[in-house]
Ligand binder design. Structure first.
Ligand code: FMN
Length: 371
């Protein structure tokens, strides 16, 4: 047991986000779990999300808006009729539990492999190869027997100027599909080294056209994607996640000025929220908070495991309006009840985070099971 959160804890205060009235401020972070066989959201995923409906607002696992945006095997897409039906089932189950769902659109760019993309070379802002390796299939041919393996990254292909409008349109199409499937909105994954971040980051983006060079140019892709999605589904059903200076997935960022430019460009659009990955001692966290006129959501990244005390402190101190919590929501489908009551938490099992079956996915105990 730890101390229960007092009923008047600001973490437990309701919050309006876009069109939604949320019952509290400890939302569920986007979490890739690699359990969508055939890249289609399935019944087991619907059960997993339904179990966590008391998060109030769930940000789905990063999901590719287009086939070329797929990072890893068994990640759900948001582009086909079948995938739409899968998302519809998830949205329905989350709504049945009085929760809400934003689908996170993650175009992975260079964080992929030809074997994940039926042989195609991953695209990126520039042809800069990430160091290291990535989980993929043993063969690029989906019609052969293949298994999961780990292979070195390849050098991606820089998107041609003429291709960029199609990629932007792909996000808008996916946003429309998600909302038509019943999702309450869409989050653009601009964090953690995926495609949008590959444009933002000065050390990765080597372009000499209007998408590279100055901060305004590097922010242009993100702004165009946000504008296209906002026009498609309404700005109040759209948010964006960014992780300034986060070196994850081989990102090299020498300055975070691009985020000031980005936030200035996004602010007039009236998005539902800005979602920032960072800690309270990082400069940009307070700077972007100040510059952003709307709801500000914070995630403290992997640095420390998110605890109720720390999360409550962030809200009480006004560092953010809401927080997203990742690993604790994986292991505790009734996390906020546990926080309210001061109950002990289940620990997440590391071995089943990425891929596998229901174990370490839908079988974490609820408090009433433990009792
Ligand atoms: C298994 C796992 C999968 C993740 N997948 C995503 C993802 O798809 N999109 C994303 O923006 N962040 C992803 N993250 C990062 C989390 O959203 C979050 O930032 C991180 O877990 C730190 O928060 P925590 O300490 O509360 O877990 C993932 C993290 C984990 C542990």
């Amino acid at each position: 047991m730890s101390t229960p959160l007092p009923d008047d804890s600001p973490l437990l205060a309701p919050l309006r986000v876009g069109r939604l009235e949320l019952p509290h401020r400890a939302l569920m972070a986007p979490l890739t779990r690699n359990r969508a066989d055939g890249d289609v959201p399935n019944e087991m995923q619907a059960e997993y999300y339904a179990q966590r409906a008391s998060a109030g607002l769930i940000f789905s696992e990063g999901s590719q808006p287009q086939r070329m945006g797929q990072a890893y095997p068994n990640v759900p897409g948001v582009h086909s009729v079948e995938q739409k039906a899968g998302w519809a089932r998830i949205a329905r189950r989350v709504h049945d539990g009085q929760g809400h769902l934003f689908v996170q659109l993650m175009h992975s760019g260079r964080i992929s492999h030809p074997h994940t993309l039926d042989g195609a070379t991953p695209v990126a802002s520039s042809a800069v190869r990430p160091e290291g390796s990535i989980v993929t299939w043993s063969s690029p041919d989906p019609d052969t027997e293949r298994e999961l393996t780990t292979l070195d990254y390849v050098t991606p292909r820089a998107l041609e100027l003429a291709e960029i409008p199609d990629v932007v349109a792909g996000y808008a199409h996916a946003a429309r599909l998600a909302v038509d499937a019943g999702a309450d909105g869409v989050e653009l994954h601009g964090a953690n080294g995926y495609l949008i971040h590959q444009f933002l980051a000065d050390g990765i983006n080597r372009r000499t056209d209007r998408y590279g060079g100055t901060a305004a140019n590097r922010a242009r892709f993100a702004v165009e994607v946000a504008r296209a999605c906002a026009e498609e589904i309404g700005a109040d059903r759209l948010g964006i996640r960014v992780s300034p200076l986060n070196p994850f997935n081989g990102i090299v960022e020498n300055d975070d000025e691009v985020y000031d430019v980005l936030v200035d460009a996004l602010a007039p659009m009236g998005l539902a929220y800005l979602h920032v990955v960072g800690t309270r001692n990082q400069d940009f966290v307070l700077r972007l908070r100040k510059a952003w006129p709307g709801i500000y959501v914070l995630n403290t990244n992997f640095e420390e495991y998110s605890t109720r005390e720390d999360m409550a402190g962030l809200i009480a101190d006004g560092v953010a309006d809401a927080v997203t919590v990742g690993r604790p929501w994986i292991a505790n489908p009734d996390l906020v009840r546990r926080w309210r009551e001061g109950a002990a938490e289940n620990e997440p099992d590391q071995g089943s985070l990425y891929g596998g079956d229901h174990r370490g996915y839908t079988d974490y105990a609820f408090l009433h099971d433990a009792a």
